[in-house]
Design a protein around this ligand. Sequence first.
Ligand SMILES: O=C(O)Cc1cc(O)ccc1O
Ligand SMILES: [Fe+2]
Length: 464
Amino acid sequence: MEQEQQQITKTNDFPSDDHDYLSGFGNTYESESIPGSLPRGQNSPLLCPYGLYAEQISGTSFTSPHKLNQRSWLYRIKPSVTHEPFQARFPRHDKLVSEFDKSNSYTTPTQLRWKPKPVDTVEESAPIDFVEGLYTVCGAGSSFLRHGFAIHMYTANKSMDDCAFCNADGDFLIVPQKGRLWITTECGKLQVSPGEIVVIPQGFRFAVDLPDGPSRGYVSEIFGTHFQLPDLGPIGANGLAAPRDFLVPKAWFEDGSRPGYTVVQKYGGELFVAKQDFSPFNVVAWHGNYVPYKYDLNKFCPYNTVLFDHSDPSINTVLTAPTDKPGVALLDFVIFPPRWLVAEHTFRPPYYHRNCMSEFMGLIYGGYEAKADGFLPGGASLHSCMTPHGPDTKTYEATIERGHDAGPSKITNTLAFMFESCLIPRISLCALKSPLMDNDYYQCWTGLKSHFSGEGADSKGNGV
Ligand SMILES: O=C(O)Cc1cc(O)ccc1O
Ligand SMILES: [Fe+2]
């Protein structure tokens, strides 16, 4: 059997052009790195082309309705099961949570904000890779009960060597903020730059290389469901994130012996390791609709106010992970992209509000329209269920100063985002005790003055 042997060493063969990927959202895709390696007419032939093993990965129960069902068939050199038993990883990674309760996390309605974690200086004694550098900030629910979410952040300065990561708990939506990610998956390779996002569904094995060195970013993890495009309602058939802009890797594999290769499996928030003597990236061909994918946020087509008032942020939803209740998200991924502001006689920044949903925010670059200071790229904020928040004093005053009928203005050089959930997050110990916690955050609002004049009311406050 003839087979093109691929180089095992790390090379820059990470796709740099959109055409190097398959495109579309929720399609049934197929890809073969050797012509004829994908079985035709059936999934599980007695003998697969080139002597490959057939293996299915299910992202939904076998019996999920057709429109929700997700699974892929991978044709690989050796099946994933060919490994030594899983062992608890030592030393323990004690900064990951997948079942939020009083033993591992805390609750507070206070507005929270974190400064960015420095990444340029190696602050840890040893270099750390993506898995080591991942830490949970907040979340709710349980990976075991298949309902909930976790928000993590990462800082890392080293590529993953001879190891792959597999998250058995949920899907990762990764938002790199600093440094590109070269991600090898079982379906192929993805290059993800800041300004792009990548979704790695539950169970896929992947390895992260850091071609730019020190890197930082955000991760949301959802348990028990998958991301989908939001319904567009009256917007119509087009707008926001277009399905054709989602990019899926093409099949890529490595063959040969890899003694001492490790698969690190996150299972119930704990890490387990299993040794094997070959690379898990040995899938020569695959087909299915359960796949990793990436999306460039610059391709998002925003819709917004064209006459007056400030739209709710849901207008900028890129992806949503639903609950069983219509319109109630386990996790919405929303962005605040560059756009024209044209509203007349309107307070244009975000309004003051209290939300029954909880809002975690991050900033990829630039400044955020509601905060003149303190919310920095790589930093984060959390405004939980019914916690009041809104523009800081400087933003409010500058907006009023600018006047009512400011002409069109463009918000440029900015990319903020929000993970919004109907579940009420608990805060991890490491996030709550972090030296990066901005303890003065509340002061950004304390300067807001009363502008009330009282004219037009009687002494009891009744309108006259
Ligand atoms: O709180 C935030 O900054 C996010 C947000 C932005 C907006 O434009 C409207 C509501 C909202 O929660
Ligand atoms: Fe908000």
